[in-house]
Design a protein. Sequence first.
Length: 116
Amino acid sequence: MATSAVTDADDSQADAVFRALSDRSRRLLLDTLRERNGQTLTELCAGLAMARQSVSKHLAVLEGASLVTTVRRGREKLHYLNPAPINEIAERWISQYDQQRVSALADLKRALEDKT
């Protein structure tokens, strides 16, 4: 049986991130936090055509996937974008595919230059 560098916990985390990112409203929330981090629920609701309860549910999914973290400041709960899970996906999936493409192009370039 082959061993993999990826653990079940890594796969579960990636599944949660992909599920969270699959919804357009959640991606919009992440974009809103990317533009201005540290917003309250009220601030997030102001820019969206969604009920407060819907925004809360979407934020809970994003928090469950570790894409959003929160900090309490007095009675306020501030929401912050956590880009680490997206970066982990990029390193695991995108970087590997990019590396193969770059290597293939370099091999092609060498082969074509060698023939001249």
